[in-house]
Design a protein around this ligand. Structure first.
Ligand code: BGC
Length: 385
């Protein structure tokens, strides 16, 4: 009998130890290890509403309402904070950094206890954040790194370099390049907004893998435009900007030859690129859609994937990121150790950070990933039913 109880106890101790190991933050930025974001997700699902935030006001600023993801991020962060008893001041800035700086100033004046900021131009917040620092208000950079200031305390994001690497690897695998396919395949590259530090990381992650194939002539960028940000950046991540640039590329370089690959760092750009390709007659037997990458799993883009217009996207579960920010906020205010698993150099300091996990999405797994997980309803997605 006592042996049995001893055995049971041993199993229990091992289970507790395993769970603790899964929950402890890893000291790496690699996508595989960043899977330690998962415990937060389950914590958010199971944690009952509480009042740990009672009497505390959190200022949340998001860049724009014009892209689907920031509406979701804003709503998720607000709801998760409110479930913990915090009061929330949520603002959107119409993609203008001076507008966002004004909103942050107001939040400082209102006496916010913590500021959560998804910036527009990450290098242009130094002035307003030195006011926050002087007022002793902790700052969490949300998804986008805030650079060139020491007045940022923590950063919660996804594995941004890993996003670009996943896109680059997808292109390599789909074309069979690592197996020796020589093509040549035509390709054009797009980049995100130059003021967004993530855009640089996405580009680096993809180009570190693709550049050798460009150098050896297997991938041919007919326009010769590969430099980020000088030649390929799209201001404010606007679909229209991507559409216009794609129109110009098609007219200028692809009048007599189809394009095989478009490296798009995210879904808003992929929307513009697909619109341009459709207008130029792509999507037929003679002109199949090129391989097109993306990121965010925006509803419109999942529709594009279903219809065969876009090849892949990357799912960044904003519920997990929101929960991470709530965990950080609560730890900061309770004076406890803040959960981190990475560090980003912002030009002035190394910012302690948490990289959440990214997930690959394509025509084969979008439903399991996005609908079965409860992230979207099937009826939210164009052409899904
Ligand atoms: C985010 C991406 C998003 C892009 C445009 C980036 O900072 O990380 O997920 O697609 O901004 O909104």
């Amino acid at each position: 009998m006592s042996k049995k109880i001893g055995g049971l106890l041993l199993v229990l101790v091992m289970l507790v130890a395993m769970f603790a190991a899964c929950s402890s933050p890893a000291a790496s930025q690699s996508p595989s290890e960043s899977a330690s974001a998962a415990p937060s997700e389950s914590a958010s699902a199971e944690a009952p509403s509480s009042d740990v935030g009672a009497g505390k006001l959190v200022g949340v600023t998001m860049p724009t309402k014009s892209l689907q993801r920031w509406n979701e991020d804003g709503a998720n962060v607000k709801a998760a904070l409110e479930a913990q008893g915090y009061q929330v001041d949520l603002q959107y800035a119409d993609n203008k950094q001076d507008v966002q700086n004004g909103q942050i100033e107001n939040q400082i004046t209102k006496g916010c206890d913590v500021l959560v900021i998804a910036s527009i131009d990450g290098g242009a917040l130094g002035g307003v954040l030195s006011q926050a620092k002087a007022a002793g208000i902790p700052v969490i950079a949300y998804d986008r790194l805030i650079t060139n200031t020491d007045a940022v305390d923590y950063y919660a994001t996804f594995d941004n370099y890993g996003v670009g690497a996943m896109q680059g690897q997808f292109i390599i695998d789909t074309l069979g390049l690592a197996k020796g396919e020589k093509g040549p395949f035509t390709m054009e590259c797009f980049g995100g907004d130059p003021g967004d530090n993530n855009a640089k990381l996405f580009n680096q992650g993809a180009m570190d893998l693709l550049q050798p194939y460009i150098d050896s002539g297997v991938l041919v960028v007919k326009s010769g435009q590969t430099k980020f940000p000088e030649q390929i950046a799209i201001t404010n991540w606007e679909s229209k900007g991507a559409q216009d640039r794609m129109d110009n590329l098609l007219t200028g370089y692809y009048a007599d030859e189809n394009i095989d690959v478009v490296l798009s760092p995210n879904d808003s750009l992929a929307q513009g690129i697909v619109a341009s390709l459709k207008a130029a007659g792509y999507g037929s037997k003679d002109k199949p859609f090129p391989i097109i990458t993306g990121q965010d799993c925006d509803k419109i883009n999942v529709g594009q994937i279903i219809r065969g217009e876009q090849s892949m996207s990357i799912f960044k579960d904003t519920r997990v990121l929101a929960q991470q920010v709530i965990d950080m906020t609560s730890a900061i205010l309770a004076g406890k150790e803040v959960p981190t698993n990475a560090e980003y150099d912002n030009g002035v300091k190394k910012v302690k950070s948490f990289n959440c996990e990214i997930q690959f999405a394509n025509k084969d797994n979008w439903k399991a990933l996005l609908v079965d997980s409860g992230y979207y309803k099937l009826s939210d997605i164009p052409d899904a039913e």
